[in-house]
Ligand binder design. Structure first.
Ligand code: NAP
Ligand code: MG
Length: 406
């Protein structure tokens, strides 16, 4: 069979540990036998990041801006232990943080749903995608412990030196704590555009919620910016696509989410997104079944798995022991990126291949062949827990049949 041809290269960001091992297996077993893969390869493995003083991360983000689509493997974010383990020159920053900042993007996380694994909330039959605004608020705060008798004020000095003051609190009867937060209109607007673009892209409704009844200036500004951008830039396209944007109070959103069937995007402020994405991931069953895509406001996409490098499995692998590492989220990163590449380059065959790759993956699990983490959750009878490579080979067999049209 002739391999599927590509036009523009896909930016490929390799990574670390067990996910690096899986990365190569996915390419060898599921991609290159079917697609004449055109990729621009960047090695974001920690050793090469260290060798290049992290320049390779910056180069890979620049290439993503140039070509529009990237697929990324999980990477180590160095900490003190990694400094010695890899003999690092510096504690390099998280590649995800660097790439996100350069693309000014928003991260969308979506669970992959399969029969046999029931979410803890059984009515969630469709995925809930969480979009987290990854800038500012409590993550860039300034805080103080203050002594009794202190008077605390918010002071803003404008360009010409004029001061505006607001009393925070007079600590007349107790010691206490204060905190200063900020966000930028520019960042909120980028967040809104990424959200609206992603909703149009995936033809799903989008919900946004804050506590604007209590926070009449701060949270209210988020609400207003979303409303202004929606009205002036997206309303018509949403109506044409038959999808909806709606704003509600965060308390109401939580109640609606619990009662819903899924199938929409929930846009969250930074802290809400941090907390809610962990809640949603847990409720759907497994972090290894969460895909993630970074979307920039000007339509650049970077696909990856939500989980890390699965270090414990890697050490077993190095000792020659059997591993049963779940490759589903990484496979979906590849299928997502290839489908988007196909869409941008008008290559229906490539988009069709991406659909089949996902279908073969889900079919394999629903036929009872899965990795250990899923076998522990699945209610399917006669399920079989297989090793890392066998799982991919089993997907490959089904994919071949689908591609050959059987
Ligand atoms: P992790 O790699 O996600 O793994 C945590 C645990 O979750 C694993 O030990 C494993 O549990 C389970 N797990 C996660 N993914 C799995 C999969 N695909 N198949 C089977 N089980 C899976 O998180 P971590 O151990 O906290 O972090 C390891 C490294 O990854 C760190 O260096 C961190 O910096 C990095 N990290 C990178 C990213 C990223 O690049 N996006 C994200 C998060 C973390 P059992 O051991 O019980 O089997
Ligand atoms: Mg969290």
């Amino acid at each position: 069979m002739a391999k599927i041809q590509m036009k523009t290269p896909l930016v490929e960001m390799d990574g670390d540990e067990m996910t690096r091992v899986i990365w190569k297996m996915i390419k060898d077993i599921l991609i290159t036998p079917f697609v004449d893969l055109k990729s621009e390869y960047y090695d974001l493995g920690l050793e090469y990041r260290n060798e290049t003083n992290d320049q390779v991360t910056i180069d890979s983000a620049e290439a993503t801006k140039k070509y529009g689509v990237a697929v990324k493997c999980a990477t180590i974010t160095p900490n003190a232990a990694r400094m010695t383990e890899y003999n690092l020159k510096e504690m390099w920053k998280s590649p995800n943080g660097t790439i996100r900042a350069m693309l000014d993007g928003t991260v969308f996380r979506t669970p992959i749903i399969v029969k046999g694994i029931t979410p803890y909330i059984p009515t969630w039959t469709k995925p809930i995608t969480i979009a987290r605004h990854a800038y500012g608020d409590v993550y860039k705060n300034t805080e103080m412990q203050v002594k009794q008798g202190s008077k605390c004020e918010l002071v803003c000095t404008d360009e010409s030196g004029n001061e505006t003051r607001e009393l925070i609190y007079n600590f007349s009867d107790s010691d206490g704590i204060i905190q200063g937060l900020h966000n930028k209109d520019k960042s909120i607007a980028s967040f809104a555009r990424s959200c609206f673009n992603f909703a149009l892209d995936t033809k799903q409704d989008i919900w946004f919620a804050t506590k604007d009844t209590i926070s009449k200036k701060y949270d209210h500004r988020f609400k207003d910016i979303f409303a202004e951008i929606y009205e002036s830039e997206y309303k018509e396209r949403f109506e044409a696509a038959g999808i909806e944007y709606f704003y509600t109070l965060i308390d109401d959103a939580v109640a609606r989410v619990i009662r819903s069937n899924g199938g929409y995007i929930w846009a969250c402020k930074n802290y809400d997104g941090d907390v809610m994405s962990d809640m949603v991931a847990t409720a759907y069953g497994s972090l290894a079944m969460m895909t993630s895509v970074l979307v920039s406001p000007d339509g650049v996409y970077e696909y990856e798995a939500a989980h890390g490098t699965v270090q414990r499995h890697y050490y077993k692998h190095l000792k020659g022991e059997r591993t049963s590492t779940n490759s589903v989220a990484t496979i979906f990163a590849w299928s997502g990126a290839l489908r988007k590449r196909g869409e941008m380059d008008n290559l229906p065959e490539l988009m069709d291949y991406a659909d089949k790759l996902e279908k073969a993956t889900i079919q394999t699990i629903e036929e009872g062949v899965m990795t250990g983490d899923l076998a522990a959750l699945s209610s399917i009878e006669n399920k079989q827990s297989v090793d890392t490579e066998t799982f991919l080979v089993e997907i490959g067999k089904r994919l071949k049949l689908l591609v050959e049209g059987n």
